[in-house]
Design a protein around this ligand. Sequence first.
Ligand SMILES: CC(C)(COP(=O)(O)OP(=O)(O)OC[C@H]1O[C@@H](n2cnc3c(N)ncnc32)[C@H](O)[C@@H]1OP(=O)(O)O)[C@@H](O)C(=O)NCCC(=O)NCCS
Length: 406
Amino acid sequence: MKNKDDIVIVSAVRTPFSRFDSAMMDISSIDLAVIVMNEVIRRVGVKPEDVDEINYGSCVMAEMALETDIPVRQASLLAGFPPEILSVTLDRACCSSLTALRMGYRAIKAGDAEVCMAVGAENMPRAPHLAPGLRKGVRIGHIRLMDNLFELGYTAKGFAPVSVDAGEVALEYGVSRTMQDEWAVKSQERYAQAFAEGKFKIGEEIIPVVVPQKKGDPVVIEKDEAPRKTSMEALAKLKPVYGSPTVTAGNAPPISAGSSALLFMTRKKAEEKKLKPLATIIASIGTATIPREIAVIPALSIQQVLKKAGMTIEEMSLIEINEAFAAMPLVSTKILADSNEKKWLELQERTNVNGGAIAIGHPVGASAARITMTLAYELRRRGGGYGVASICGGLAQGEAIILKVE
Ligand SMILES: CC(C)(COP(=O)(O)OP(=O)(O)OC[C@H]1O[C@@H](n2cnc3c(N)ncnc32)[C@H](O)[C@@H]1OP(=O)(O)O)[C@@H](O)C(=O)NCCC(=O)NCCS
């Protein structure tokens, strides 16, 4: 039943997600954020001064450090939001932009805000190498350069690379390398079909990124850059990365740049502004478990958010599980199916129906808002219904959200 206090998403937009070697590599994550922060309000005629709070997820700190810190404060001022607006930059790894939404959701529920924005922005290829120790000087010996994109794990503090944990746990759940490659092929094929059908088009999920060039016309990026044709034969030839038993460049997402934004408010406020909700937020939740269980946490998060909403997985017409690697949707749908083979296949059919991060890309801080809007737009195309989106984040953190589209 519709309630005036429901919190509804009224606008959702993202940039295309990039390949590693992209023209987007030269645009700061702050500037990528400015693009979506402007567009997400412009599309629905909301003024900057109508927004009470902006929460902003970003987690590749080396890239942010090029502009010092507080990226959201810089982005909101550059985007023309009033200087009085409250904003927070947060890092909950790949979960971050859904955590940003959950913070705004709480602020609205607590009566501290009426209109909130959740932003995710990342430019992973732009992350510089780090030169620790230079401040003290190098008396004798080589200067050490570090790449914190390398291994994408938390190895400096003794944790395993994410791809190792994901691959090992997948095998323990009976999810083989072949199954992960098959999922990767499916992700690419589903994306290609969705794109051919006109999904992921400008004006809906996507706003183009214009990259000025030193000479000549700017480069205009209008679509996701990472999708590629592939085959089981080609994927089988790829060697695992970072010591993982199963994860390869083919069944992992590429390293990407991109940004995304969601605008949400109470239904009452949306009605006052004569805005048609894109989706109602039924429930959202943050979770965490033991670090090694990174491929399991989307399932745990979905179970917990369903419990919170008093709903079942059967009631969800669509499921989005972020393809941090192919292992995540496979392991998590298997857990949700309680290892029932038939139910597992059936859940896989409803999961990431338009492809996922393996094809689209995964600019980590921006992906949680991306899966949320991809879910909302697809539910709308199908005439409505309930759907659930979930994402894992570094050292087994999770977020999940249930949406209803009328
Ligand atoms: C996996 C990873 C290391 C690969 O990086 P990379 O080596 O720069 O990637 P490339 O795109 O150059 O791919 C490597 C090779 O695999 C091939 N390849 C990649 N995807 C392929 C596909 N779908 N089909 C066939 N071949 C593929 C490339 O053509 C390339 O081959 P080449 O060496 O002969 O040119 C990097 O993308 C990565 O770290 N991804 C994971 C990101 C991540 O962990 N995100 C967070 C999750 S929590």
